[in-house]
Design a protein around this ligand. Structure first.
Ligand SMILES: [Zn+2]
Length: 176
């Protein structure tokens, strides 16, 4: 159904066949520790003195996106789907989790619209490598991933530099 304000895109059949989008939200936090290599948003950050400690590589941005995609498709969450206690997953790359998640979502009958991630933390400075991170994350899921970053103005666990948090929203579309 098209409402009067919908612009005429010239593909009426495609417009009427547009499936209902489904949305999913993901949130993740990991602790920062001195001397641990930092993996964040699909990239290594060798100049950072502290890294994220976690069941895998601690990439909160990738993990939040995984949860957003899984929730959108009704496939549980990263813990229930990938078994974070599984020792074979120790040190697993967030990018690999994302690629596996995208395959699961597609197998469940959905196409991925887009994913957006917001990283909350004092450092690193995401903006300097935003395009690089977006390219890696987008390639992992085969759909556009966009990345934003913010701080909590010195407040809370991310403001004190105890950890980095991330939230993500994913939109997926049911295939015919
Ligand atoms: Zn995580």
């Amino acid at each position: 159904m098209r409402c009067a304000s919908t612009p005429d895109v010239g593909h009426h059949e495609a417009v009427t066949a547009t499936p209902m989008p489904r949305v999913g939200l993901g949130v993740d936090v990991h602790r920062l520790e001195m001397g641990v290599p930092l993996h964040l948003a699909g990239l290594a950050w060798p100049d950072e003195p502290m890294g994220l400690v976690g069941h895998s590589d601690g990439d909160v941005a990738a993990h939040a996106a995984v949860d957003a995609l899984l929730c959108a498709a009704g496939l549980g969450d990263i813990g229930s789907t990938f078994g974070t206690a599984d020792p074979t997953r120790a040190g697993a790359s967030g990018v690999d989790f994302l690629a596996e998640t995208a395959a699961l979502v597609r197998r469940a009958g959905y196409e991925i619209g887009n994913v957006t991630i917001t990283v909350v933390g004092n450092s690193p400075r995401i903006a300097a490598r935003r395009a690089e991170a977006e390219a890696v994350l987008s390639a992992a899921i085969g759909a556009p991933v966009t990345l934003a970053a913010t701080t909590t103005d010195g407040l809370g666990l991310t403001g004190r530099g105890e950890g980095i948090a991330a939230t993500s929203v994913a939109v997926i579309l049911q295939r015919d």
